[in-house]
Design a binder for this molecule. Structure first.
Ligand code: SAM
Length: 191
């Protein structure tokens, strides 16, 4: 299906813990056998595959699997790429490590945190690595019922231009864009 959809030139890499999936190499896919919940597995994967355009996580759907995979692979998604997680309702299933809304350590809890961090310009001094990543590299997070799609594309910090007097209320201290732009080494005057 993916070959048909993406075309003959697409490099399609499958990852599964089940060794029987090696049979799929017959169809022109690259297959890696390993545990998506194991960071060491991803270290080996990334040594061979340093960049990907799209990730579709349709694996075991446990919280640890989804979170370890995101932490390993989102950094190697290319600029302009997409990270998709399927069956995200498992965040609410105790059997997968989930729980009711507010349960800590779920994939959906991470998504809610990412939504806050992509808005870090407006509420935080951006001094944590995850805030820098989300604020500068995530322009959109689309949440469907049971599926989340996270766009990765380099963003510039917001630039405020105020004209006249009293027409623009600054919200200190987080809105000090100029300090943020300098901290993130965005050239003055650029957008
Ligand atoms: C819902 S199926 C989806 C399979 C495939 N994405 C598809 O659409 O046909 C889940 C797959 O995740 C694999 N899986 C389960 N736990 C895993 C793990 N820890 N690491 C990697 N793959 C795992 C299973 O072997 C199974 O093939």
């Amino acid at each position: 299906m993916w070959r048909d959809y993406l075309g003959p030139d697409a490099r399609i890499i499958g990852v599964d813990v089940d060794p029987n999936c090696r049979a799929m190499t017959e169809h022109g896919f690259e297959i890696w056998i390993g545990d998506q919940a194991d960071p060491a597995f991803w270290d080996g994967f990334k040594a061979a595959v340093p960049s990907v355009d799209v990730v579709l996580d349709d694996g075991g759907h446990t919280m640890r699997q989804q979170l370890v995979t995101f932490d390993a692979l989102f950094p190697i998604v290319s600029n302009g790429g997409l990270y998709i997680v399927e069956d995200t309702h498992t965040s609410y299933f105790p059997g997968h490590g989930g729980g009711p809304p507010g349960h800590p350590g779920t994939w959906m809890a991470r998504v809610k945190d990412l939504i806050d961090q992509m808005h870090a310009w407006y509420h935080a001094p951006i001094d944590r690595a995850d805030q820098v990543m989300a604020a500068t590299m995530i322009p959109s997070i689309t949440v469907f019922d049971s599926l989340v799609a996270i766009e990765k594309r380099r963003r510039s910090p917001p630039l405020t231009l105020a004209r006249g007097q009293g027409g623009h209320r600054k919200n200190p201290p987080a809105m000090d864009y100029i300090a943020m732009r300098r901290a993130l080494r965005v050239p003055d005057g650029g957008v």
